[in-house]
Write a protein that binds this ligand. Structure first.
Ligand SMILES: CC(C)(COP(=O)(O)OP(=O)(O)OC[C@H]1O[C@@H](n2cnc3c(N)ncnc32)[C@H](O)[C@@H]1OP(=O)(O)O)[C@@H](O)C(=O)NCCC(=O)NCCS
Length: 149
């Protein structure tokens, strides 16, 4: 049984540990500004058996083309392929659907497993931002319609 709850400062170390071993941040040598998103109330953790199994950060308001935006999602390596990522995305989509008709995200071109993940839950690749973060690396824009026309 998992619980998804607002991220607190006490969760920061566990979340930063997940980021340190996960793409795309490992390759890009970047981290997620979790303190900022805690303050904005846009960050959540997933708790499984008392352990932090993953986290996600998203903006439910329509910030681009009538849609909310997923800023980050990661599942701890020990908990992957158990449906936790999918559950966290359902949580984000449900909250976003209250305010926006669409949901967008970016994924790095080298992050093939994340691309498979997003495709498996109904996202379509609709754009490409070449060399955005590093030369030779594109950011693909993925999109899902949340509400019926
Ligand atoms: C991407 C990520 C969040 C997926 O989380 P997860 O909990 O492992 O995903 P789920 O178990 O919910 O997977 C749902 C489906 O997505 C697809 N999928 C997930 N991981 C996949 C992988 N590594 N390769 C291929 N397909 C994958 C599968 O179809 C899977 O269903 P199945 O396990 O029944 O075959 C996780 O791999 C992760 O944290 N990766 C590192 C961080 C990252 O890349 N974040 C995205 C940045 S844009």
């Amino acid at each position: 049984m998992i619980r998804i709850v607002p991220m607190k400062r006490a969760h920061l170390r566990a979340c930063n540990d997940i980021t340190a071993v996960s793409e795309p941040w490992r390759t890009l040598k970047e981290s997620v500004e979790l303190r900022r998103y805690i303050a904005l109330k846009q960050a959540y953790v997933c708790i499984n058996g008392g352990r932090i199994a993953g986290f996600l950060v998203f903006t439910p308001e329509a910030v681009f083309a009538r849609g909310g935006y997923l800023r980050a999602i990661a599942v701890a390596p020990d908990f992957r392929r158990e449906g936790i990522g999918k559950s966290m995305m359902s949580f984000a989509e449900a909250k976003t659907a209250l305010r926006s008709q669409h949901f967008y995200l970016c994924v790095s071109s080298f992050n093939r497993s994340a691309q498979s993940f997003y495709k498996s839950i109904g996202y379509r690749r609709v754009g490409r931002l070449p060399d955005l973060l590093q030369p030779g690396v594109s950011e693909f824009i993925y999109w899902k319609r949340l509400t019926q026309r």
